[in-house]
Design a protein around this ligand. Structure first.
Ligand code: FRU
Length: 492
């Protein structure tokens, strides 16, 4: 292997003297580090893994490459929380030192079995060139938090006949007394699919087959990553990250995108009868989400608030990405809605609010820091174009614009000195029927905004890298408009 490859495929244990301290130092004063979003101290974070509420605590693991803001040898980093908002960093959960995970402990999910938390993950194997394989592996966390890799790993060696080495991201669930493992896969003809294994004891698995899923996706889809499956309000829900989609109307404008599918799964025939599917999020930085069951059995989701193949301004500081805030999923009128988890309210400190009547082009609220939650209801009256500007200053601003003549909402992140990702476009757009009022809830945290519109009907996640004084919040419109707002400062 070349020198660069070797540097990329080192584990934490191969760190040189002071290397980690130097990395930590490089970003410790970054103005872009979030406060209440799970993020790496240094290195690159990607997918959330092993999400669970277990033994009275929330556990979040995430894909982590320690040595730079690039994709390399993936470890599972680990944080936990009692309240879903204050997180404690724990020692790295999985360091890929074994032959069966020679090129990384890739993504996976967890499932509680006999009082222990089973962590399923993919042992990534690379040979020279494009050649690769994958093993499915298990690690077990017990009640006192000790994590041990299963002694007879891998639990599934290699990939089944008919698929390439791209088989990964196990999600385990139980149905009719048996365990099922859903995996992302690539067929030998280089198209994407999901495959299923089954087991009576959650340890010994046999290949059951491919999930039959009739979606009208183009043949260009070459891989399905990070499948997630759950039941909610009488629906079966599949969330998956297909690679190779092409932009279509307002959909699929990121290089990689996420869809959700509502329907009915018949596990015996492996048929997922599709009732409806749609892109899950409309922002720039949302991929590989995973869900789990919260304290009250509500369905919670965390996502990677990042995107592959895009260079981020924080890369220069040797850290990259964060997770989304936890979101609660519900189904209303046969659509999946995403809203901030109830627990996020615990972060609220001082709240200010008022009703505003806008007479001129814009009003700006008093706001000095990019860490807040904003709830705002806008009554546009007769204005066709109106909206919000966040991270605003003379030269910068993230623009959320509603257009009632076209029934759309768009988000533009071009106006920043550190604008990035131009090759993938600066604007994302969604259809939205704009009635008499629109409701917007926003979480802003240093370099991320998560925007929930009309109770989670449209959601945008956007990373932006503002100057320190770009903290303004403006409401704008061509003419008179009224709005009601509440701004909460957030703790941490
Ligand atoms: C999705 C993904 C997964 C894989 C992991 C590797 O972002 O490509 O399919 O397991 O990241 O870090």
């Amino acid at each position: 292997m070349g020198k660069n490859m070797e540097a990329k495929y080192r584990t934490l244990y191969d760190a040189k003297k002071n290397e980690l301290e130097i990395l930590r130092e490089k970003s410790v004063n970054s103005i872009w580090k979030p406060a209440f979003h799970i993020h790496p101290q240094f290195g690159l974070l990607n997918d959330p893994n092993g999400l669970s509420y277990y033994n009275g605590e929330f556990h979040v693991f995430y894909q982590w490459f320690p040595f730079d803001a690039t994709h390399g040898m993936k470890h599972w980093a680990h944080v936990k929380s009692k309240d879903l908002v204050n997180w404690e960093r724990l020692p790295v959960a999985l360091v890929p030192v074994e032959d069966y995970e020679s090129h990384g402990a890739y993504s996976g999910a967890s499932f509680e079995v006999d009082g222990k938390l089973y962590l399923y993950y993919t042992g990534n194997i690379k040979y020279g060139g494009e050649e690769r394989s994958a093993n499915q592996c298990l690690a077990i966390m017990d009640l006192d938090g000790t994590i041990v890799k299963y002694e007879n790993n891998p639990i599934i060696e290699g990939v089944p006949e008919g698929y390439t080495g791209h088989v990964r991201d196990p999600k385990v669930f139980r149905k009719n007394g048996r365990y099922y493992m859903l995996l992302g896969a690539q067929r030998s003809d280089l198209t994407g699919a999901n495959i299923v294994y089954e087991s009576a004891d959650a340890v010994n698995w046999s290949f059951k087959g491919e999930l039959k899923l009739e979606l009208d996706l183009p043949d260009s889809v070459y891989m399905f990553e990070c499948p997630d499956f759950f039941e909610l309000n009488g629906h079966d829900v599949l969330i998956v990250s297909p690679q190779g989609l092409k932009a279509e109307g307002h959909d699929y404008h990121n290089i990689y995108n996420v869809i959700y599918v509502l329907g009915k799964l018949d596990i015996d025939s492996l048929t997922f009868e599709v009732q409806y599917y749609q892109e899950l999020e409309k922002g720039f930085d949302f991929y590989a989400p995973q869900t789990f069951s919260g304290k009250n059995n509500e369905r919670l989701l965390f996502s990677w608030a990042g995107m592959g193949e895009v260079e981020y301004p924080s890369d220069k500081e040797s850290w990259a990405h964060c997770l989304s805030i936890p979101r609660e999923l519900t189904i209303e009128k046969d659509r999946l809605l995403q809203n901030p988890a109830q627990e996020m309210k615990q972060l609220r400190l001082n709240s200010v609010g008022a009703e505003l009547i806008l007479e001129k082009e814009f009003v700006e609220f008093d706001n000095a820091s990019n860490r807040y939650e904003l709830e705002i209801e806008i009554n546009p009256e007769d204005n066709e174009l109106f909206g919000l500007e966040l991270f605003a200053s003379e030269s910068e601003g993230l623009l959320l614009q509603f257009d009632s003549s076209h029934n759309t909402v768009s988000l533009n992140r071009e106006k920043f000195a550190a604008a990035f990702g131009s090759e993938f476009g600066f604007v994302r757009c969604a259809s939205l029927v704009i009635g008499d009022a629109v409701k917007v809830q926003v979480f802003v945290d240093a370099s991320i905004a998560e925007i929930f519109i009309n109770n989670g009907e449209v959601v945008f996640t956007a990373r932006v890298f503002p100057k320190e004084n770009s903290t303004g919040i403006r409401v704008f419109s061509a003419g008179k408009l009224t709005c009601n707002y509440k701004k909460h400062e957030l703790a941490q």
